[in-house]
Design a protein around this ligand. Structure first.
Ligand SMILES: [Cu+2]
Length: 345
């Protein structure tokens, strides 16, 4: 007994550590159990309903089972064969009708919700349209009504239906913001656009994930959904559409144009879309979706990322500084310029 307690005591810190780890240490919530919008709420309600029904069935079945095991067990010295029964109409009706009722209670709201959540708001003038393109391993968000594109951080106004049209540029990924709703596959190839609508009633930053194994950096394919007021969203759109801010230093500007803007884009120059649009990258919460700018400075994170992109996200398409022939001076200059490239909204 003493021994067992000692082992338990030793395991306690490990258990506590696991709980901390599983609760993601206070970063944005990745849980579907804490819904932050009506879509996630409906999905959560369905989970609650189905788990309650299942729990009820388990409790009733186990109670009957345990009762029968105890009440009708063979007692000492009892050699008689139990009475053989076959076909009890009352029982048969009960165990046919009860599951049918339970399935109806489960099925009707499920079908209702599934069809309700697949409503298409792409023709609704009050809804905001966003085109999502997934890439190994980043997310592109295009706002066709405004002619702007951004990467990794989706900015949306609160209190509006956001209608997403989703597809992939390479392999199958899946778009998922656990506390807001989802998930839905983004498929590669033409004509395989999926649709999903979400709502963000509260302002805040919500973490999104790729939910389809898509390669070595699948688990690092994070994005953010930032819900802001309509006024703030309008300011963001205006700032995104403003002329691009370029590096002041001519040498840095040249390096940035020749080595970064071949794939990336800034400001109204939306040509490059093989890599994330960098407009206002200094205002984003992370670099490369996973390097948090409140842990290290944005500048340090950009340098860490560009110095060895494969170390940060194995298998991604972004070349590292040495492949781009970036000198230390150019890297420092570009990192500083990008970190200072903030949007006011
Ligand atoms: Cu993915």
């Amino acid at each position: 007994m003493m021994n067992r307690w000692r082992v338990m005591k030793r395991l306690l810190p490990l258990a506590a550590g696991m709980i901390l780890l599983l609760s993601a240490c206070g970063r944005e919530d990745l849980s579907t159990l804490n819904p932050q919008g009506p879509v996630a709420q409906k999905q959560f309600d369905l989970m609650t309903l189905s788990i309650s029904i299942m729990a009820l069935v388990v409790v009733v079945v186990f109670a009957i089972c345990i009762y029968v095991l105890i009440r009708f067990r063979r007692r000492k010295g009892d050699k008689t064969v139990p009475k053989q029964v076959e076909g009890n109409h009352t029982l048969e009706i009960i165990w046919t009708v009860v599951p049918i009722i339970l399935l109806l209670i489960l099925g009707v709201p499920t079908i209702n919700t599934v069809f309700g959540l697949s409503k298409d708001y792409s023709k609704d003038p009050k809804a905001l349209q966003v085109t999502v393109t997934s890439h190994q391993y980043w997310w592109e968000f295009e706002y066709p009504e405004y002619g702007i594109k951004t990467g990794q951080e989706l900015v949306v106004p609160t209190g509006k239906k956001i209608q997403f049209k989703l597809a992939s540029a390479d392999v199958t990924h899946a778009f998922w913001i656990p506390s807001i709703g989802g998930k839905i596959d983004t498929n590669a190839g033409t004509g395989t656009t999926n649709k999903l609508y979400l709502e963000f009633p509260k302002e805040g930053v919500f973490r999104g994930k790729c939910a389809e194994l898509c390669g070595p950096s699948h688990s690092l394919m994070d994005f953010k959904a930032k819900a802001v007021s309509q006024a703030s969203f309008d300011r963001w759109v205006a700032a995104m559409k403003a002329p691009a801010v370029m590096p002041e230093d001519s040498k840095i500007k040249e390096a940035f144009e020749n080595k970064c803007l071949t794939c990336h884009a800034v400001g109204e120059n939306n040509a490059g879309s093989s890599a994330p649009n960098l407009t206002g990258i200094g205002s984003r919460q992370t670099i490369a979706g996973i390097l948090y700018n409140d842990e290290k400075s944005t500048e340090e994170n950009i340098k860490e990322w560009v110095t060895d992109t494969q170390k940060v996200k194995p298998g991604n398409m972004m070349p590292s500084a040495k492949d781009l022939d970036l000198t230390q001076e150019e890297l420092d200059g570009i990192a500083k310029y990008l970190a200072d490239y903030k949007l006011d909204y």
